[in-house]
Design a binder for this molecule. Structure first.
Ligand code: KIV
Ligand code: NA
Length: 276
């Protein structure tokens, strides 16, 4: 299993880091079997699992439930869990407690915080000091979608790009062990990656980051919602499942299922006198 140290070594050795989300035990198991370096229990669960149109409604309890299931399904993989909407911006004690619960009750190995606010910087420092590895997340930060005006490319202009470079530096200084960059120009992501010493993991941030992350349901084609331009879809699981369900329904209606091999028997004599 990776640690924050082995992940940093991967950056130093120019070995790419492959991260994917998971939310439940079979999803975590299949991702682990596929050789993923680390799993993100993302609050994207709100969208791909729970059917919300943003990550805002996701609760700490949701994240704990998903994290526990993922840990049971993937026992040998480093697991990072998102701190959900606004919890990093409550009183410091409440924010600390959210991370505490994700680590202790959820069993995560690290947490992820969105943005570069003073609150996030302070929390990153205090959590790191207390033994909680913190992954940062800059660029498109979906918990801020209502402030950002939706889900769109960030930091295209010079001022915003300079600010993002500063934010990445500040996160590193605060102790973050890795940084996710979401939906920003490739040139900017490349510069951040060269500039900071911690692994930079991109999603919609081009090919020059230290690693990539994708949302499981997007990557395997098991979604019902919009799939962003930056996603590569490696399978079409929704279609496969839809065909299976249709065939099952047809089989039930026609009597083709169940067959003898799916059926239990008892002694015929006993069966014959039951209603007598
Ligand atoms: O919640 C999530 O899946 C994420 C990734 C897209 C980085 O935060
Ligand atoms: Na997230």
């Amino acid at each position: 299993m990776h640690t924050t140290v082995t992940l940093k070594a991967m950056k130093e050795n120019n070995e790419k880091i492959a991260m994917m989300t998971a939310y439940d035990a079979p999803g975590a198991a299949v991702v682990e079997t596929g050789g993923i370096d680390l799993i993100l229990v993302g609050d994207s669960a709100g969208m791909v699992i729970h059917g919300y149109d943003s990550t805002v409604p996701v609760t700490l309890e949701d994240m704990l439930l998903h994290t526990r299931a993922v840990r049971r399904g993937a026992k040998d993989t480093f697991v990072v869990t998102d701190i959900p909407f606004l919890l990093a911006h409550m009183d410091i004690a409440e924010s600390m407690r959210a991370a505490y619960r994700v680590m202790q009750e959820g069993g995560a190995h690290a947490i992820k915080l969105e943005g570069a606010s003073q609150e996030v910087m302070q929390l990153t420092e205090r959590l790191t000091a207390g033994g909680v590895p913190v992954m940062g997340h800059l660029g498109l930060t979906p918990q801020h979608a209502n402030v950002l005006g939706g889900f769109k490319v960030q930091a295209k202009e010079e001022e915003a790009a300079r600010q993002l470079l500063k934010d990445a530096e500040a996160l590193e200084a605060a102790g973050a062990f890795a940084i996710v960059l979401e939906c920003i120009p490739a040139q900017l992501a490349e510069q951040v990656t060269k500039h900071v010493s911690v692994p930079v993991i991109g999603i919609g941030a081009g090919a020059h980051t230290d690693g990539q992350v994708l949302v499981f349901h997007d990557a395997v084609g098991f979604g019902t919602g919009h799939v962003p331009k930056f996603v590569k879809t490696y399978a079409n699981i929704y279609e496969t499942v839809a065909e299976a369900v249709e065939t099952y329904v047809t089989d039930v209606k026609s009597g083709a299922f169940p067959e003898k091999k799916h059926t239990f028997q008892m002694n015929e004599d006993v069966a014959g006198r039951l209603y007598k």
